[in-house]
Design a protein around this ligand. Structure first.
Ligand code: SF4
Ligand code: SF4
Length: 472
């Protein structure tokens, strides 16, 4: 029985409720009156529930679809302006005891080299990342209590935060590790993590169990309830995601939004971020062996519908996607992207020969961070290295209430300009720097309050003279 307040996975992600939702969406996919009503509600910027959003996703009326895309673009502009937050993944270890059928780190893969970074190797990777200009990382590690116990993750986080190389610093470490206990989440919180990210992979329980035949991850309920335990452990920024391609995308979409509704209902705070990875090739994984791949057009529609359904939730896309696809979905709602990424263990300091690759998936975007930054700016986006909210304690419901009141916009643009300026001074190529300086000058006028604008001008000059780490 569906109950968004329930703490049981099978009740807040109720299979029958999803099937009924999909049937309802199918029945109304050409119902102009209902679709107009839902678009009207979305225009109020208050979000949509999973059923309403599913109708928009199923909508087959061309003109209404155009309205949905236009609204997604408008909401994106209103909430996130032209800022795009930058991050990079850091793979600590590819030891894993799980049997996920879609990931080359699965236990039975005997030919992929297994590697775990020592603290010294982490130092080298972090220095390489700092030298690229990164300030925000997403830590990745397989599940293996012997090789990657929580103590190892905690020690690694401590190492990462401690490294100050030249003007570099990692100011926010998000963590993407296996579902664990409330006690462990509490320890992660104490270690100062930003967002705890855990992808559901698929919300379809039967498929989930088929795709996860062995290992602790095979427990659907334990995995699905992990974000609740993270919240109970004090981590109030949690990230959701599904791996599109494993199951029918409309099923996953409804499940994802039900999960967001559950978090909001129980904890008063929805997910901080939603990631939208798609299955892609990797070592012994062929995406063609999964039946549910989605086209670029459907992918764009999913992004647009998530944007209008949960306007306050950041949306993340990785280098799994090509520059072309990334460009398209940036307009529609994506607010964070990775750049210059390596998806192998130790990949920032060592070029691996292909036959000895430890990568989790093949990249579709091979550009350097500098190239990605320049590309964004050429399209009029401001690459932001901001981490201010987490460091100012603006997390969880504090963050959401600032977002909902629109106040956050007074912080985001100034912080984006100041962190971009730091990047330009310390890491950019001369061409990128020139492009960035022009962009900053043209954006200053968009800071609404005159007083804030003059503070930002002053701080930009001070960054130019060598000072660092200003924030609102
Ligand atoms: S998806 Fe995660 S848990 Fe599954 S095999 Fe890969 S690293 Fe391990
Ligand atoms: S001010 Fe907060 S919400 Fe805005 S970009 Fe920085 S960290 Fe994100």
């Amino acid at each position: 029985m569906y109950d968004k307040y329930s703490m049981k996975a099978e009740e807040f992600i109720d299979h029958q409720q999803i099937l009924d939702t999909l049937a309802f969406a199918d029945e109304h996919k050409r119902d102009a009156a209902l679709i107009d009503q839902i678009i009207g509600k979305a225009r109020q910027r208050k979000g949509l529930d999973h059923r309403e959003a599913s109708v928009l996703l199923a909508c087959e009326l061309e003109d209404r679809n155009e309205q949905i895309f236009a609204l997604a673009e408008q909401i994106k502009k209103d909430f996130y302006g032209n800022r795009i937050v930058m991050f990079a993944p850091l793979y600590l270890s590819n030891y894993c005891i799980n049997g996920c059928l879609y990931c080359p780190y699965h236990r039975k893969n005997k030919h992929i080299p297994r590697k775990k970074l020592s603290q010294e190797e982490i130092r080298a990777e972090v220095i390489a990342l700092q030298d690229m200009g990164h300030k925000r990382l997403a830590l990745e590690a397989g599940e293996d209590p012997v090789n990657n116990p929580l103590e190892y993750i905690l020690e690694s986080i401590k190492t990462i935060y401690s490294i100050k190389h030249k003007n570099g610093a990692i100011r926010r470490v998000n963590v993407n590790i296996a579902a664990t206990t409330v006690e462990d989440y509490r320890k992660l919180k104490e270690a100062g993590i930003g967002t705890y990210i855990l992808f559901q992979e698929t919300y379809h329980k039967e498929s989930y169990e088929h795709l996860h035949p062995t290992g602790p991850k095979s427990n659907y309920a334990y995995h699905t309830e992990a974000h609740d335990r993270a919240m109970q452990g004090g981590i109030d920024d949690v990230g959701l995601g599904v791996l599109f391609g494993l199951e029918l995308y409309r099923y996953e979409f409804a499940g994802l939004l039900m999960h967001a509704e559950h978090l909001e209902a129980v904890f008063g705070v929805g997910p901080h971020t939603i990631s939208v990875p798609r299955l892609c090739p990797a070592d012994d994984i062929d995406p063609g062996s999964f039946d549910n791949g989605i086209s670029d057009d459907i992918f764009a529609k999913i992004v647009a519908c998530i944007r209008v359904a949960v306007p306050y939730t950041g949306m993340i896309i990785s280098t799994r996607e090509s520059p072309k696809v990334r460009e398209r979905v940036l307009h529609l709602g994506v607010s964070q992207i990775s750049g210059g990424s390596r998806t192998s263990v130790g990949g920032y300091t060592n070029e691996e020969p292909e036959e000895a690759s430890t990568a989790q998936f093949d990249l579709s975007d091979h550009r350097t961070l500098d190239q990605v930054v320049a590309w964004l700016m050429e399209m009029g986006y401001i690459p932001s290295f901001c981490t201010a909210c987490y460091r100012e304690g603006r997390t969880g419901d504090r963050f959401m209430s600032l977002c909902k009141s629109g106040q956050i916009n007074n912080c985001c643009l100034p912080n984006a300009l100041m962190t971009l300026k730091e990047y330009l001074m310390d890491y950019a190529s001369p061409e990128t720097r020139a492009l960035g300086e022009r962009l900053i000058a043209s954006q200053l006028g968009d800071i609404p309050r005159e007083k804030t604008r003059s503070i930002v001008e002053d701080r930009l000059a001070r960054i130019g003279a060598g000072e660092r780490d200003f924030r609102f």
